[in-house]
Every structure is written in structure tokens, then in C-alpha cells.
Design a protein around this ligand. Sequence first.
Ligand SMILES: Nc1nc2c(c(=O)[nH]1)N[C@H]1C(S)=C(S)[C@@H](COP(=O)(O)O)O[C@H]1N2
Ligand SMILES: [Mo]
Length: 443
Amino acid sequence: MAGETERSIEELYRDDPERADAVAFGRKTGVDRRGFLGGAGLAAMGAAVGGAIPFAANMPGGLIPAAMAQPAAAPKGPQYLKFPGKDDKLVLLGERPLVAETPEHLLDDATTPTEKFFVRNNGTIPEAAKEPDAWKMIVDGEVNTPLALTLGELKTRFKPVTRRMVLECGGNGRSFFTPTARGNQWTNGGAGCAEWTGVRMSDLLKAAGVKPSATFTGHYGSDRSLADNTKDAISRGVPIKKAMDGNNLIVFAMNGQPLSNIHGGPVRLVIAGWPGSVSSKWFTRLWVRDKYHDGPGMGATSYRVAIKPMVPGDKPADGNFRDLESMPVRSIITSPANGAKMPAGTKEVALRGAAWAGDNTVRRVDVSIDFGATWQRATLEKPKNKYDWQRWTATATLPADGYYEIWTRATDSKGAMQPHQAGFWNPQGYGGNPMHRIAVLVA
Ligand SMILES: Nc1nc2c(c(=O)[nH]1)N[C@H]1C(S)=C(S)[C@@H](COP(=O)(O)O)O[C@H]1N2
Ligand SMILES: [Mo]
């Protein structure tokens, strides 16, 4: 009997979360709910998650326990990336183009090692350059003096700087949207924080002399569209004001090593705090424009969020979209890993994580072990430099053995806090930044 109940509620959560919720919480209709676990529901839920739930009374109706929540992308369980130089625990999200994310617990280093850094391609992966220093790039358009230079010349003409900065895919968090939004189903792992060495993009723009007519940039790389190899895989840009921000780099080294081909080597852009898609890999051209850029990946609903909130799942209305600019505030738990099992009698759990907030900094991080009933402030480090992520630590004190969820939420320097659920649904699922939660079993 018990075995049957256990299987059925897990299956129900996978296949029909609403029905599972009704079974667990004894809810008969959408409005008639007890809102807490008791009796048979509590027993079934406890059996399904593998232990007693000390804070069951706080568990909100409708919550799919973290132990059972499955990313929409992986009905058959996660597939892993196999790629030279990459950790074999990166989760493969797509093969053509090649896309892989870093599970949160692999982001436990202060600086993300290159082998753990996520990979996002939109088109082909060009062949590795045989003579990196001979790589050519141009700056043209609304400038007084167009520039054409090799990577070797770039390195000698401009002063190199090294900064630790987050690079994050615009779609990071997409899998948390309901209904499912179109695109790679990232959890929180479309992000990493590396030491980037390069020259300031603003130094190059100043050397070229930006004309008053300049309003926007267009960034180009050498990769090709998978559907048509005469076309660019992607070409996005930013307003000229953002382009002139001295934090943006033209990068040729990552974590102290020459930039690898898979990350856009020998040279790429890193545009600080904005969707990764503006940070062109295999960088060939910076086009200064007198109007909004119109390359592939601009306009319509690409990298764009709704201006007026839209009904989730609705057809996009013309004119209701703006470019996603600064990435939203996000925190992750990097230790322990989701699903961690700890010996019976464990009373204290050391928690570690990271938080970042696009153009902003993180003001505070809070953690909860009781389904959000109470929150504890984490110790938060300062960024090494602007656009670095901030590492945090906390200690969870457990009252008894059993099943716990650890939740984390960050608040940015402007007061924006991560929501419980991904909000502001949009067709391609940008800006999904709900609180991160993991399951921990002490038994
Ligand atoms: N030329 C080129 N640049 C690109 C891309 C691409 O497909 N082609 N993908 C972009 C996207 S969407 C992201 S999130 C980042 C990913 O960088 P990474 O693969 O080094 O992690 O690169 C950006 N730059
Ligand atoms: Mo991206």
C-alpha cells in the first residue's frame, strides 16, 4: 500500500502536478484547499521525498517539492556534454547548435574554471584559428577613422586589463516559466564568472572617434547560420552609451589562458551585465550605426521582454516589447547540491552560493529552510570589481532529521528582489529569476 502511494504521488507530480497537489493537500477544488499537509497527504508526501518533513505545516499548497521538480527539458533525465576540455557533468541542452549549462553546484568556485563554463552557440563552431595574432577585426560606420587591425596589433596598441565578470545568457532561468517558453530550457546554469583579459571596447571606439550621429552598435562574429552558411549566426548590438562603458572588454584571454575556440577565441566581446548574446564570439566587426541595429537576434520577440504584462501563453502583440538590457537579480546555492543526503543527526549545514544583478550590485541575500516562513540573512562578499558576482555563505541549523528545502533570494541595489515564481511571462522566456531552491535529506 505504502509503496503504491509513494509511486503514485511521484508520478502524479511529474505528469499532473495539479492533481498531485490536490491529493497531497486534500484539495477538492481550486478554491477549497486546506493549504497545509496533513493525514494521508503528509504520509504520501513524506514517503515520496524520502523522509519526514519537519516544516510540512509551512509548505504552500501547489508547491511541487524540489525533490520532484523536473526541468522541462529533460524528460529522460539529463544528457551530458562531451567536449574536449569540458567537465563531463555539464548538462547538454542542444547539439545543433551546441548548448550546455553548468548545474548550480558546479558554480561553487569563486572564479568559474573554463572547463565548467557554460557554452552557448547559435550557429556553426568555426575552426580554431591557426595564427591567433593574425586574426582581423574592424571598427566602422559612424566613426571619424575606421580601424582595421589584427589581434597582435590590438594587444600592442591598447592597454590590457583583467576583470572578473559574469557572463550570462539572456535566457537563463527560462525553464522556470509556465507555460513553457520557446528556446533552450536553462535552469540557472547559463551563467559563469571568469577572469577576462582584454582591452576596453571604449578605448577602441575613442581611437576610431565616434561621430555625434552614432546611436547603436552592431557586433559580428565569423560563425555562420546553421540553416544558411552565407548568413551570420547572430548579430546583436547595444545603445552607444552602453558601448562606451569602460567595463566592456575585447577579450583574448580567459582565466589566464588564451581564449579557447569554443568560447569565441581568439577574440570575443564581453559586454558587462547584459544578455550574453551581445558578447560576440569570434569577433570580426564592430559597426557603429546611426539607428537601432537590425542583425539576426534583434527585434520582434528576440531577447525582448513585454512592456505591458501579457497573459502567459498569449500571442505577442506588436509594439509591446523592449530589448532586455541589464540582467535581473539572481542568487544560487552552489553547496550543497540539490538532492544532497546527509547522515542522521546532522544539525548544521554550511551553505554557499553566488548572487549577481546585471548592471546593479546585490544588496542582500536571504536563505530559508522552512518554505519561506522565516528568512536568515547570509554573509555577502563584495564584488572584486564592478560586474563580478558576489559570493555568500550561511549556516542552516536543522531542528530534526528529515526532508528540507533550502531557498535563497537576493535583493539588488535598487531594491528588486527575486520572486517566488518566474514573472512577466514573454514568448521566448527572458528574465526568469525565481528564488533558487534545493532539496536536502537528513536521514
Ligand atoms: N559569434 C557568436 N557570438 C555569440 C554567440 C554565437 O552564437 N555566436 N552566442 C551568444 C550567446 S547567446 C551567449 S549566452 C554567449 C555564450 O558565450 P559562451 O559560449 O562563451 O559561454 O555568447 C554570445 N556570443
Ligand atoms: Mo545567450
